[in-house]
Write a protein that binds this ligand. Structure first.
Ligand SMILES: [Zn+2]
Length: 156
């Protein structure tokens, strides 16, 4: 009769798991996404103490911890303050090899991270003016803005 003994060492195999999940966006993010979804308007919140305008909006100022209760419309245009491209596959990437940028919307003090489209990476520049392209069928999330594209320069 053959017997099998327990191995002296255990083997490990590294892998990944995919877990569907849902999270509550909360009052501030919900209002932000609803304005984009229903009216294609982008809002930030303003700190009454230091006048910093957060976009994406924050309920509490990260600098002075005041309640940012005032909502104001920002953008929709802005400028690129940084950018990069992801050259690896990622489950969270909405597109293959996404070009992402920090977009400082007009009237905001903080930049929002979003996709940049319709512009080759080598033509992007810090300070480039961009404008959002909204999705046709918006669902109440950050991808209701499809991406930001270079703004048409008005030379007239
Ligand atoms: Zn503040």
């Amino acid at each position: 009769m053959n017997s099998i003994e327990a191995p002296e060492t255990l083997l490990w195999r590294e892998s990944r798991i995919k877990i569907p999940y849902a999270w509550a966006a909360g009052e501030t993010a919900s209002r932000f996404f609803i304005e984009i979804r229903d009216r294609k308007k982008i809002f930030g919140t303003k700190c009454p103490s230091c006048d910093k305008v957060y976009c994406p909006p924050k309920k509490t100022c990260g600098d002075c911890f005041s309640n940012c209760g005032e909502w104001l419309e920002v953008g929709p245009d802005g400028e690129i303050t940084g950018f990069t491209q992801a050259l690896y596959e990622g489950g969270a990437h909405p597109v293959k090899n996404p070009v992402g940028g920090l977009i400082l919307l007009r009237g905001a003090s903080t930049a929002m991270l979003h996709l940049i489209g319709q512009c080759p990476l080598e033509e992007l520049k810090i300070g480039m003016k961009v404008t959002p392209v909204f999705k046709e069928n918006r669902q109440g999330n950050i991808l209701d803005i499809l991406h930001f594209i270079p703004a048409k320069q008005n030379h007239g």
